[in-house]
Design a protein around this ligand. Structure first.
Ligand SMILES: *Cc1c(COP(=O)(O)O)cnc(C)c1O
Length: 421
């Protein structure tokens, strides 16, 4: 099968309105420097699998144990996905059905806790994810969620986690983060969990691609259960996975995903996950992950040389949180101005931020997406300089021209490394 999908002319949707939006999005992705740390560019192969006839198939249940007939082909795809992801993370059991990271986490909660149970998670304002106990979510509303955080140095305060665990006797401790640039000590987390008889659940949504490449610690030998997204550093389709080495927990998790939380699995998405896991098993993916890390470190280092602070002082993964307090811009303004200059990122709270979450004093930047486009260290150093130029000149005379110049530079860089061509 040859697939040109949305990537070239002559392969268009008859629905012009929707097609135009898709093509505009393609152009936006091609012409902007993407630094949103949770984003990446899936391969054409992955996107081809996503747009396939398996979307038509109902397959409630699991391979060979379905509630509908006609599932023999989708069974093949799901079995391949399971086999490959177990190999990738060196684990025994995997559920590849969660529609997203949030659904994966909800399923784990459903499998391991009852409403009203207590769990510890990293606070949203400290770098944790919404689903780790934030009040507007089920994780914060239906459970008693206790937040732990980071110390003045921007590092996870493990002593405090231990103290909170002893104080609250949680059913589960959740480790993992969305805005934390340092290695997490999963062994320490397990010791804390064991000391109070809690489950250790680790969410590696952000770090998964680096874990696979051996560049970020694997939680697999320490955690009872691990969840992840498939679309961040792992570079697959949008979705979630749940992993474990414990047979009893694996069964509980399967029942929690279906019928507990979800109905029919998205088989086209599972096929695309299988393709992405196949890509991640290849040696080229390790090379990619190595570049992600190198580039991230180079970008953070150059920002520091320019005089900006990086939360916790450095990065050990694909992302950094840049502290903007030395400049006269909030995170909100910074992200808007950078978008005008052709660079997308997001505002992000810094530890003990004095500004509200709608403004923040920082931005989060990541290297996963542009490393997929083959940007190297020198390109990422250039991006750091461009960021500094925009943010340090904001509000000064001649700023608009300067920002326009940076927009031109961003476009030039993007054109030098074509995407989906
Ligand atoms: C992104 C993320 C999720 C949620 O993933 P979705 O697919 O957006 O639901 C969960 N946990 C962490 C730590 C994340 O960073």
């Amino acid at each position: 099968m040859t697939f040109n999908g949305y990537f070239s002319d002559g392969n268009e949707l008859a629905d012009k309105e929707v097609f135009d939006a898709i093509r505009s999005e393609l152009t936006r992705q091609q012409d902007q420097i993407e630094l949103i740390a949770s984003e990446n560019f899936a391969s054409k192969e992955v996107i081809a699998a996503l747009g396939c006839v398996m979307t038509n198939k109902y397959a409630e249940g699991y391979p060979s144990r379905r509630y509908y007939s006609g599932c023999s082909c989708v069974d093949v795809a799901e079995n391949i996905a399971i086999e490959r992801v177990c190999k990738l993370f060196n684990c025994k059991y995997a559920n590849v059905q969660p529609h997203s990271g949030a659904q994966a986490n909800l399923s784990v909660f459903y499998a391991l806790m009852s409403p009203g149970d207590t769990f510890l998670g990293m606070g949203l304002d400290m770098g944790g994810h919404l689903t780790h106990g934030a009040t507007p979510t089920i994780s914060g509303k239906w459970f008693k969620s206790i937040s732990y955080g980071i110390n003045e140095d921007g590092l996870i305060d493990y002593d405090n986690v231990q103290k909170l665990a002893e104080e609250h006797n949680p059913k589960l401790i959740l480790a993992g983060a969305s805005s934390y640039s340092r290695k997490i000590d999963f062994k320490r987390f397990r010791e804390i969990a064991d000391s109070v008889g809690a489950y250790l659940f680790v969410d590696i949504a952000h770090y998964a691609g680096l874990v696979v490449a051996g560049l970020y610690p694997s939680p697999m030998e320490h955690a009872h259960v691990v969840s992840s997204t498939t679309h961040k550093t792992l570079r697959g389709p949008r979705g979630g996975i749940i992993l474990t080495n414990d047979e009893v927990l694996a069964k509980k998790i399967n029942s929690a995903v279906f019928p507990g939380v979800q109905g029919g699995p998205q088989m086209h998405s599972i096929a695309a996950k299988a393709v992405a896991f196949g890509e991640a098993l290849r040696p080229e993916f390790k090379e990619y992950a190595k570049k992600v890390l190198e580039n991230s470190i180079a970008m953070a280092k150059r920002l520091k040389e320019n005089g900006l602070d990086i939360v916790s002082g450095k990065t050990e993964c694909h992302m950094s949180i840049v502290d903007l307090t030395k400049l006269s811009v909030t995170g909100k303004i910074a992200s808007l101005e950078l978008e005008e200059a052709g660079i997308t990122c997001n505002k992000n709270a810094i530890p003990f931020d004095k500004l509200p979450p709608t403004k923040t004093s920082g931005i989060r930047i990541g290297s996963a997406a542009m490393s997929t486009r083959n940007f190297g260290v020198s390109e990422f150093q250039k991006i750091a300089d461009m960021i500094y130029t925009v943010l340090s000149n904001y509000g000064k005379s001649g700023y608009d021209d300067l920002r326009q110049r940076v927009r031109g530079e961003a476009l030039e860089l993007c054109r030098a490394y074509p995407l989906y061509k």
